[in-house]
Write a protein that binds this ligand. Structure first.
Ligand SMILES: *Cc1c(COP(=O)(O)O)cnc(C)c1O
Length: 356
């Protein structure tokens, strides 16, 4: 039996979108490919509230995260981590010989504007990475406040991980002054995994021009030049299947209406949060609780894997805690096409199974 996924990626993908993945191939150097890629860019610009260049990468989101920190750090990167995905960005820098320092908040806590100000005021850093929505802890960072501080340091390239939030909550890339904003297909966008998307500023491109060893496949400067000079084409063969599906799915997202979509996500988040507070506890500081997934503190000491096995019999799946938080927490995603009714069904089933 196919299970309904309430995990923070990959998410359920509707039948019509899956069908688009099966579109017959076109040549990747054809006019049709250029048009397809240009159409996707224009729609992504609306979703991301940006006029900057959009770039697609045939990889999951991690590919562009690695590409950003490697291609654009001249001196040193300041990596702010509030959990597993912030830590990952630090590992990417170090393993690429990119000088970097990591600044961690306790798990369940956000990055604060003060922390950012203190670190950037040293003048040691020319690139900063922030996790918008930390999928391990269910924390959504106060990005408006953080971005106000970053704006005081115009020489710093601002990279933002919105892998688990873009498409599920409003992120105004240009207003926030984000230089490289990264997401991928398998979370709030509601597509199969395998493609990453970013916006990139002129400032980030200028910075990349001063970096000598940018790697090859994830060299953001080469990618950018290709798109600009070759009518929206890409240096290597992209996953055209994802592009057919993404182009179609973005129409559906824009048809739903961005504000409606964000509202639907918020309603689900509020419902899951209040359930979590009644039956368990929230892991995140509630002020910073994510709109796209909820991490629940397992104060009842239930066996999360047992619960998931029982849910599986009914055709549902949730996520255990991430890494060290396994069994200590569990996660319920409320993203992409999921509806409030489906969330209600899931939670009442959990209540029944646990007899709570
Ligand atoms: C899932 C996720 C990633 C990794 O993205 P992939 O597409 O799996 O490479 C990075 N950051 C966050 C916040 C995520 O949720």
């Amino acid at each position: 039996m196919h299970k309904k996924l309430f995990i923070p990626g990959p998410v359920n993908v509707s039948e019509d979108v899956l069908q688009k993945m099966a579109t017959p191939m076109i040549g990747h150097r054809t006019k049709a490919a250029s048009i397809l890629q240009k159409n996707i860019s224009e729609k992504m610009m609306q979703l991301m509230y940006t006029k900057k260049q959009i770039m697609l990468s045939t990889s999951s989101g991690s590919g562009l995260m690695e590409g950003a920190v490697r291609s654009c750090t001249r001196k040193k990167a300041a990596i702010f981590s509030i959990g597993a995905f912030g830590d990952r960005w630090y590992k990417m820098a170090i393993s690429n010989n990119v000088p970097a320092d990591k600044f961690s908040s306790g798990w369940g806590k956000p990055t604060t504007p003060n922390m950012v100000d203190e670190v950037l005021s040293t003048g040691k850093y020319d690139l900063i990475t922030i996790t918008h929505n930390e999928t391990s802890t269910g924390v959504m960072n106060p990005i408006e406040e953080i971005s106000e501080v970053i704006k005081k340091y115009p020489e710093v390239i601002f990279c933002l991980d919105t892998v688990s939030s873009m498409g599920g909550t409003k992120i105004e890339v240009d207003k926030l002054g984000v230089d490289i904003c990264i997401t991928s297909t398998q979370k709030c966008l509601g597509l199969p995994p395998g493609m990453a998307i970013c916006s990139i500023s002129e400032k980030a491109i200028k910075s990349a021009k001063k970096v000598e060893n940018r790697g090859f496949y994830f060299d953001l400067l080469e990618m950018y030049k290709y798109i600009q000079n070759k009518d929206h084409q890409y240096p290597s063969t992209p996953s055209l299947s994802h592009m057919f599906a993404l182009d179609y799915k973005l129409d559906k997202i824009l048809e739903e209406g961005l504000e409606n979509r964000f509202k639907r996500h918020l309603e689900m988040a509020k419902y899951v949060r209040s359930w979590a507070k009644e039956k368990f506890e929230l892991f995140a500081d509630e002020k910073y609780a994510s709109n796209t997934l909820t991490t629940v503190k397992n104060i009842r000491n239930i066996s999360v894997s047992d619960l998931n096995n029982k849910l599986a019999k009914h055709g549902y799946m949730i996520s255990n805690g991430y890494g060290d938080l396994k069994e200590k927490t569990f996660r319920i995603a409320h993203m992409a096409d999921t509806t409030l009714d489906q969330i209600k069904e899931l939670l009442s089933l959990i209540d029944k199974i646990l007899n709570i």
